[in-house]
Design a protein around this ligand. Structure first.
Ligand code: CIZ
Ligand code: SF4
Length: 367
């Protein structure tokens, strides 16, 4: 990367370029940067972005890649904010993480603010010896400060592929789990583990005691934060019924962020990596309805042309925040980098980083 005194180029310069120009200029910037840069692409990203990715995968796989490739000083993370934060937490101090559009957040992650989680912990603390009784488990789809909260309180992070192992670990240590921010991943995992319904309560951060009686809180072994993914919550049981009527031999595979009524009707449930792996290894001629983000499904459909791959619903949209990372933003970030300007750097404050890493490391030890 050469260093120059000029100002960074503005994003507006890129928004009028053609797709061909953007592709060529991004590729040229990447070539010029050589092994200085690594481009990571989440499974939910658009094709125009994914085609420049050195590695594609789920958030954890990508963050681990960033950490393992310490020889790459710049990591351009094509995904959403919490993923870039995780990459910054797990990467080395000589590495810089860039998110091409800072507006690429996650509506689920935004459903739990640290002030609300602190308040929940205090409320629980008034009813029981919270530090010995409740173990906080946070889905990686969350701000770094929430991962740090878990690190500091004996808690742990989880992903959609290891939620069960993490919950087993947690219940072996404390009687109750506070699971946030996704109610559905927590509930679906507990359902699969045979946890009785009356042991699960929902914590609504806008209500006193989360909207629960003292009795219910004492009885509960799983306290589920009232949060959800705005994309996955749109899948409905009726979508599964409709598909089954059309394709009686078809297989329904969904993400555990879907509502339990959808998950319970599906044949298979799992993370994005599980969905991709399963459909790829299926016999030719099989028919699949996939309930997760649209870009992933469309790519799978094209890559697996010997199978019939369908989107579970015709009304569900793609993830609006993943969509923020587009060819103009990627080109803008890459060209500026090649010209010596780091734009949109993601930096997790040191104290937060240390505790968040504790929670992530606990998870990595068991999965
Ligand atoms: O952790 C991820 O990357 C997400 C958001 C989903 C998944 O299942 O991979
Ligand atoms: Fe967040 Fe849902 Fe988008 Fe994933 S698909 S980034 S959970 S809003």
């Amino acid at each position: 990367m050469k260093s120059v005194a000029s100002l960074p180029r503005p994003i507006a310069e890129y928004q009028t370029l053609s797709a061909e120009e953007l592709f060529a200029r991004t590729a040229a910037a990447k070539r010029a940067l050589g092994d200085q840069v690594m481009v990571l692409g989440h499974n939910y990203q658009r094709d125009e972005v994914i085609e420049h990715a050195d590695v594609r995968g789920d958030s954890l796989l990508l963050a681990k890649q960033a950490a393992e490739r310490a020889d790459r000083p710049y990591v351009v993370f094509c995904g959403v904010h919490f993923m870039a934060e995780t990459a910054d937490i797990l990467s080395r101090s000589n590495q810089t993480v860039i998110l091409p559009d800072l507006a690429a957040g996650c509506s689920m992650a935004d459903m739990a603010a640290i002030e609300q989680v602190d308040q929940c912990w205090e409320s629980l603390g008034r009813l029981l010896p919270v530090e010995n009784t409740v173990l906080p488990v946070v889905y990686v789809n969350s701000a770094a400060v929430l991962k740090a909260f878990c690190g500091e309180h004996g808690g742990i992070t989880c992903t959609s592929s290891n939620a069960r192992a993490v919950m087993e670990w947690a219940w072996a240590r404390r009687e109750k789990i506070l699971f946030f921010p996704d109610e559905h991943l927590g509930r679906n995992t507990a359902n699969a583990m045979g946890v009785p319904r009356e042991r699960m309560i929902v914590w609504d951060p806008y209500l006193p005691n989360g909207g629960n009686t003292r009795d219910a809180i004492h009885r509960a072994t799983l306290i589920l934060w009232k949060g959800h993914c705005s994309v996955h919550q749109m899948f409905r049981p009726a979508h599964v019924d409709y598909f089954r009527r059309q394709y009686p031999d078809g297989i329904v595979i969904v993400h555990p962020e879907c509502h339990e009524d959808v998950v319970n009707k599906a044949d298979l449930v799992g993370s994005t990596e599980f969905i991709i792996r399963t459909v790829r290894s299926a016999p030719p001629g099989t028919t699949w309805a996939v309930g997760t983000e649209l870009n992933l499904v469309n790519r799978l459909k094209r890559e697996q042309a010997d199978k019939r791959v369908l989107f579970l619903s015709s009304t569900v949209c793609q993830c609006a925040t993943m969509f923020r990372i587009d060819a103009p933003h990627l080109c803008w970030a890459m060209e500026n980098l090649a010209e010596g300007h780091v734009v949109n750097r993601i930096v997790v404050p040191e104290d937060e980083k240390a505790w968040a890493k504790v929670a992530l490391d606990r998870m990595m030890e068991i999965s």
